[in-house]
Design a protein around this ligand. Structure first.
Ligand SMILES: *[C@@H]1O[C@H](CO)[C@@H](O)[C@H](O)[C@H]1NC(C)=O
Ligand SMILES: *[C@@H]1O[C@H](CO)[C@@H](O)[C@H](O)[C@H]1NC(C)=O
Ligand SMILES: *[C@@H]1O[C@H](CO)[C@@H](O)[C@H](O)[C@H]1NC(C)=O
Length: 348
């Protein structure tokens, strides 16, 4: 049936004893999206991820498994990878046939899109959680309750209910799915984490700047919006806070955040803004806490880069003084030079 095939990637041998996992909650996830354009044409994307790091993907044109990380081939021999590809190819062919039959029998329409997300999450306290969810045309469809070993429809229409009933009749598939998610997935995760520990431990330092958004028109009492832009950090967890006179500003209407957003190079960014009264006399700074900073924080005060901040005013004054001093010295030397070479005057 459908499900042993869906879960097939978990049958990757490596059940051998695995070394302990480094600290941190870890997730191994398989994602698969299939677009059925019509009865004779479909596209598929499949990938495996550890946390946010893509490790493997499916080359749909050849049915091959490709590696995104130099260590991703470890754990299986070339022969085992080949066998896995052969099984995968058979599964994908069956899956396409089966779904086209479902579309026809149930009166569904093309394009028809299916998505699967399955895997396991290993927590710091040694417990694990498993998930296996599917969606059809962008909506939750059927999920597997790993503890009970039963399939649960996420919507009430005929298609979802009939496929759920079909799956629930097949007790051996459910037992296999439980085993693969609880045991195989967790041990695969533990072994991949060992092979990939350097990539998974990657640390990229955040770069942060503070600036004021375009100031409100003169004479309006509107608050000034200070923005702290933090970018280029990895891993994802970060803490950004605003300090007013050295004290952290608590949650409230003055604060706003973009949330953590991805960059194209597998680093992250975030913007946090703070509304301040124009010229309210307080000092402000943005504080960034991140694992790459080795226990220290980034502290970016607002004001040091303002075009007319006190720093710049002092700089300009000193600059003007220096220019004036040079002019005086030059003038004095020129005068002396003139005197030195004045013709007709007796030399000392
Ligand atoms: C099926 O869809 C593909 C991709 O959209 C298209 O190129 C092809 O002509 C379609 N075939 C039929 C029989 O409609
Ligand atoms: C273990 O950690 C997870 C995630 O942090 C939590 O949801 C779960 O309740 C914890 N379980 C125990 C037994 O402490
Ligand atoms: C927070 O920021 C978002 C855009 O970053 C903006 O759309 C939203 O209106 C802001 N909310 C408040 C309360 O300022």
């Amino acid at each position: 049936m459908l499900l042993p095939l869906l879960l097939l990637p978990w049958a990757w041998g490596a059940l051998a004893a695995s070394p302990p996992v480094p600290p941190g909650s870890l997730t191994l996830r398989l994602l698969k999206t299939t677009v059925f354009h019509n009865a004779s044409s479909s596209n598929m994307e499949g990938m495996a991820l550890i946390g946010d790091l893509e490790t493997h993907f499916l080359d749909y044109s050849t049915g091959g498994i490709r590696f995104r990380q130099p260590w991703a081939h470890q754990g299986l021999t070339p022969r085992q990878w080949q066998d896995l590809e052969t099984m995968l190819h058979r599964y994908l062919t069956n899956f396409i046939l089966l779904m086209n039959k479902v579309v026809k029998d149930e009166g569904e329409h093309y394009p028809f899109v299916t998505q699967f997300s399955l895997g396991c999450e290993l927590h710091l306290n040694g417990t694990s959680r498993q998930f296996c969810d599917s969606a059809v045309n962008g909506e939750d469809f059927i999920s597997f309750n790993v503890d009970l070993g039963t399939w649960v429809a996420q919507r009430g229409d005929k298609l979802a209910l009939s496929i759920r009933d079909l799956l629930n009749q097949d007790k051996s598939t459910s037992a296999t799915a439980q085993f693969l998610l609880r045991t195989t997935c967790v041990s695969e995760l533990q072994s991949f984490v060992q092979y990939g520990k350097e990539s998974l431990a990657r640390q990229e330092r955040p770069v942060a700047v503070v600036f004021a958004r375009a100031p409100p028109p003169a004479g309006t009492p509107a608050p000034l919006l200070l923005v702290c832009r933090v970018t280029g950090f990895y891993p994802r967890p970060v803490r950004v806070a605003w300090l007013q006179d050295g004290e952290e500003v608590g949650p409230g209407w003055r604060l706003n955040s973009s949330g953590i957003l991805p960059n194209a190079d597998l680093t992250y960014q975030l913007r946090s803004s703070l509304a301040v009264g124009p010229g309210d006399g307080h000092s402000y700074a943005c504080r960034v806490e991140h694992s790459s900073l080795g226990g220290q924080n980034l502290l970016i005060p607002w004001g040091h880069s303002r075009p007319w901040g006190p720093g710049l005013a002092v700089g300009i004054t000193l600059g003007a003084l220096a220019v004036a001093a040079m002019a005086v010295v030059l003038w004095w030397r020129i005068r002396r030079g003139h005197r030195d070479i004045r013709p007709g005057e007796p030399r000392a």
